[in-house]
Design a protein around this ligand. Structure first.
Ligand SMILES: [Zn+2]
Length: 66
């Protein structure tokens, strides 16, 4: 556990990505920034994946507790 969301590679199986993201496979889609997998559809859809959003909020700062 390091608190930083990890990018999910687009080659990752959709069902596996859904498990990581905590959504259903039909809600999985590509991040518009890094093309990694994220929740693109459904009630908590996000255009930008958690890894990109974390990087945006914390620019140039090393992850804490390394
Ligand atoms: Zn991304």
């Amino acid at each position: 556990m390091n608190g930083m969301p990890r990018r999910i590679d687009p080659s990752t199986d959709r069902a596996t990505a859904a498990l990581i993201l905590g959504c259903s496979p039909s809600q999985v889609g590509y991040c518009s920034r890094c093309q990694g997998l994220t929740v693109r559809y459904g009630s908590h859809a996000q255009v930008i994946c958690p890894a990109c959003r974390a990087a945006e909020q914390d620019p140039g700062t090393p992850p804490p507790g390394r």
